[in-house]
Design a protein around this ligand. Structure first.
Ligand SMILES: NC(=O)c1ccc[n+]([C@@H]2O[C@H](COP(=O)([O-])OP(=O)(O)OC[C@H]3O[C@@H](n4cnc5c(N)ncnc54)[C@H](OP(=O)(O)O)[C@@H]3O)[C@@H](O)[C@H]2O)c1
Length: 383
């Protein structure tokens, strides 16, 4: 397998799964943006020959470092990631690069006939139509890594599409689910990057606190499972143990449960359709285990509502939502935007960018760039 985003939170969990299943899985390529020191260590530990560093300056530093084993092929930039995604030795490519940089590598992997394990939800939100078409054209499997989508995938296996009434993704509610609304005006990046249940990268942790993450996941689910917007819903579930509920037309529901660790869905994607012992203990029913479900308070989580509206509008709206969210979250993390201004920037950007149905990937990328420009301009008003 090839792992894009090897040095991040998903990357590190994937390495744990790989370490436990060296008899079944072999890592042949790894990529990151700048962290070449960690890539060199992974290359040594896993005997990886192909490495890509997205950032050119970091790539030059990696070459000069002498830290990579002899014989390592070091590539840089987006072309480097794309070449890695098409390595003849790889059967499966796991894309876990934060944001949308993984889009072209993901399409390249599918075009080369690889299976695609997808953690980067932003890619499906941006270009779901084109990713799904490429997967169908070349016959590659699309394996969800996001825990909720892995859960839906597992619950749906063997069930005909016509029998699905709706899916219900669970949301922990993030870092501020129990904070009084008045306190939210003073949230700092440090507050927002402390998740109560999951250990994740900074962008997705902020997205969890605003529930933009759940909105992105509804759109992701719509593409992965070929559902209508009204079939994709969410519920708050503070324990993060039930990852989804699937309701069938007869009213029966199936749920998928596992402890809140990404090693479970990652292993499922990488070994599918096989099962093997997990790297962490399963749920322990000898102890009290409470499971609560509450409706999502849409006033408290305006980003969720905006994502839903974008999903219903379709066309480029989800891409615009995603781009505006990325710009706003980066500004918040950089101390340049208050927390409560994140949904305002998204809302205004959705209104600024002209709506249309994209017929090509180029048109989506153009809409994405226009939305980033519009959102950046909006930042100044809310700083
Ligand atoms: N963490 C989770 O539990 C979780 C769960 C579900 C889905 N996801 C999704 O998985 C993706 C990764 O999330 P994460 O939490 O693992 O993020 P993270 O901890 O911030 O790690 C991001 C990884 O992507 C690499 N990267 C960033 N920009 C890149 C670029 N332009 N080219 C190549 N590599 C690049 C980083 O390299 P450097 O270290 O060099 O910067 C790092 O390896 C996101 O799309 C997220 O929504 C995450």
């Amino acid at each position: 397998m090839v792992l894009l985003g090897a040095t991040g939170s998903i990357g590190e969990s994937t390495l744990r799964v790989l370490s436990a299943h060296r008899d079944r899985l072999e890592l042949v390529g790894v990529a990151a943006r700048t962290n070449h020191a960690r890539l060199a260590q992974i290359a040594r530990d896993f005997g990886v020959k192909h490495v890509a560093v997205y950032d050119e300056a970091a790539g030059a530093a990696a070459r000069a470092s002498g830290a990579f084993p002899a014989g390592t092929v070091l590539r840089t930039g987006l072309p480097g990631l794309i070449e890695l995604a098409q390595l003849p030795a790889a059967d499966i490519v796991l894309v876990a690069v934060v944001g949308t940089t993984g889009l072209e590598p993901a399409l390249a992997a599918l075009a080369a006939g690889k299976d695609l394990a997808l953690a980067s939800k932003e890619i499906l939100v941006l270009a779901g139509k084109f990713i799904m078409a490429e997967a169908r054209r070349h016959g590659g499997k699309l394996l969800p890594v996001d825990s909720e989508h892995s859960a839906v995938f597992q619950c749906l296996e063997g069930h005909p599409q016509a029998g699905i009434r709706r899916i219900v993704l669970t949301a922990s509610g993030g870092a501020f689910r129990d904070w009084p609304h008045e306190r939210l005006a003073h949230v700092t990046p440090e507050d927002a990057t402390k998740h109560p249940n999951w250990s994740m990268g900074p962008k997705i942790t902020v997205d969890s606190a605003t529930l933009a993450n759940k909105g992105l996941e509804l759109i992701e689910a719509q593409w992965l499972f070929n559902l209508r917007p009204e079939q994709c819903t969410a519920v708050l579930h503070p324990q993060s143990i039930v990852h989804c509920l699937v309701e069938f037309t007869d009213g029966a529901m199936l749920a998928q449960l596992s402890p809140p660790s990404m090693t479970f869905p990652i292993q499922h994607a990488l070994l599918h359709p096989d099962r093997a012992p997990g790297v962490e203990p399963a749920l322990d029913f000898t102890r009290l285990l409470g499971l609560e479900f509450r409706p999502v308070d849409e006033l408290r989580f305006p980003c969720f509502n905006l994502a839903r509206q974008a999903m219903v509008a379709g066309g480029i709206a989800p891409a615009v939502f995603n781009a505006a969210n990325e710009v706003a979250v980066a500004a918040f993390l950089g101390g340049r935007l208050p927390f409560l201004a994140i949904p305002r920037v998204i809302d205004e950007t959705l209104q600024d960018v002209k709506h249309f149905e994209p017929e090509s990937l180029a048109a989506v990328l153009e809409a994405d760039a226009a939305a980033r420009r519009a959102a950046t301009a909006r930042l100044r008003r809310h700083a």
